[in-house]
Write a protein that binds this ligand. Sequence first.
Ligand SMILES: [Fe+2]
Length: 270
Amino acid sequence: MPTVMNCCLFIKALQNCFCDYGHLSVVTGDYVLIPRSTNWRLEPHEPMFLLMIECSDGSYGLPEKGLVGQHAIFDPAALDVPQINAAFQAQYSEATTQVLVKRHNQVATITYPFNPLDAIGWHGDLSVVRLNWRDIRPLMSHRYHLPPSANTTFVGEGFVVCTFVPRPIESDPGALKVPFYHNNDDYDEVLFYHEGDFFSRDNIEAGMVTFHPAGFTHGPHPKAFAASQSNPKKRTDEVAVMIDTRHALEFSSAAQAVELPDYVYSWRSA
Ligand SMILES: [Fe+2]
């Protein structure tokens, strides 16, 4: 039974999630926000793929909605919480249970002579919450290509989590129709490709991650840029998660082991 710090999961399979607050059915495309020190367990029905984002120095919140108001992007009523239901009660147990607790990047094990996921009710406004990307209603303008920050879903301490979901492409002839060429002055940029046709990138498939550190100029790949000029699409058909971090990311040996070193050359024309 793993327990991790305040984290956000982006799921790619149907799962049962059990936690201190009850049982939650989670499906492909769900975000699951788990508060720090919550006990939780995922029971996969099938091989499980997920993106885990730990907010190790704070807690998750929602972005400022400003002019567009609190119901923009997703209705807060779409947030789902666990239930103390029959599935949860069925896993009450006196079986010896281990809880893994991560602190200072080390994992300690606490052994209980019972399953500590044994709540019979709860009260308050702290809970695990679930949000599916299909509940996100993206902001857009027919004349103005909105910056990526308009797709912010959650705000952590020193980073943001943004969700790119299908939307109409700008229709005004003078509007920019692909992401602008840019570098990030202050933020490292990680993109996780969940599903769909990733319109600004070549040779990107679901499950891949791109990493553009601050100062690295990038933008649409040549073929994608040319297609946007000659045969513009009417809609995007992609779901991707972006994590922009204020602090420089470290590139782990696990990431290096699967790196595609030629990615940096993918902006070359064929
Ligand atoms: Fe970027």
